[in-house]
Design a binder for this molecule. Structure first.
Ligand code: SF4
Length: 219
């Protein structure tokens, strides 16, 4: 331990010793649900602000990408427009399995994130916080889509007539609830279990949808 402290002193460099953990799609919107990317890549103003403040960015894995069948989240898409087909009979029992499987997988990812946060803290770094996505069923901090409601909504979509404006407007209107998304719920529980206190911030997906800039106060 003393040797590590001595080496850190002798080899002191320019690193800011501050990091923040970001939901994956804040840096890469290619992982968003179809119809849910409103920028080509990431949220520039948010990234610029963190750079300006000398805060290193740690990009968390996208839990939906890792759990729901890759970047297109194919398992979720399978449920779109299935009302009126024989598959609809299995929708409700499958949803229970889907929720169980999601929570189990998201918990594993959350454990890895918290282990990384703990390592930064134990190594003397400042973890400024974790940034989620308001409105996401997985990464919402204060509000999220309810997955059961959104699966119901998706099942009754008429795919031929579908467009992203209709999808976004009605999905949020019908399915938004004031609670954390499943991944962030697991993150919070895992942090609590390790007695780690971290600030949570939230990028608002509905604000982004309206073309407004992201305005998070990190201070
Ligand atoms: S909000 Fe979370 S789960 Fe959804 S695309 Fe972004 S990182 Fe993935």
């Amino acid at each position: 331990m003393a040797k590590i402290h001595l080496l850190q002193e002798k080899l002191k460099d320019e690193r800011g010793r501050k990091v923040i953990f970001l939901s994956h799609c804040l840096l890469n919107e290619n992982t968003r649900y179809l119809g849910g990317a409103f920028r080509k890549a990431g949220i520039d103003e948010l990234i610029d602000e963190l750079q300006k403040q000398g805060i290193g960015i740690v990009q968390m894995k996208c839990p939906e990408q890792k759990t729901w069948g890759g970047v297109l989240k194919r398992e979720m898409l399978m449920g779109y427009g299935i009302s009126g087909t024989p598959m609809n009979a299995f929708r409700k029992p499958y949803m229970l399995f889907f929720l169980w499987k999601s929570r189990r997988s998201f918990r594993k990812i959350a454990k890895d994130v918290v282990a990384e946060i703990k390592d930064y803290i134990d190594s003397g770094f400042d973890v400024v916080g974790i940034v989620g996505i308001k409105g996401s069923p997985s990464c919402g901090v204060s509000a999220a889509l309810d997955l059961k409601k959104s699966a119901e909504f998706a099942a009754y979509l008429e795919i031929e007539k579908l467009n992203k404006e209709y999808f976004n407007q009605y999905c949020y209107k019908k399915c938004l609830v004031n609670k954390s998304g499943i991944f962030f719920d697991e993150l919070k529980q895992e942090l609590y279990a390790h007695h780690i206190k971290v600030n949570f911030f939230e990028h608002d997906l509905l604000t982004e949808l309206q073309g407004k800039i992201s305005n998070i106060n990190f201070k």
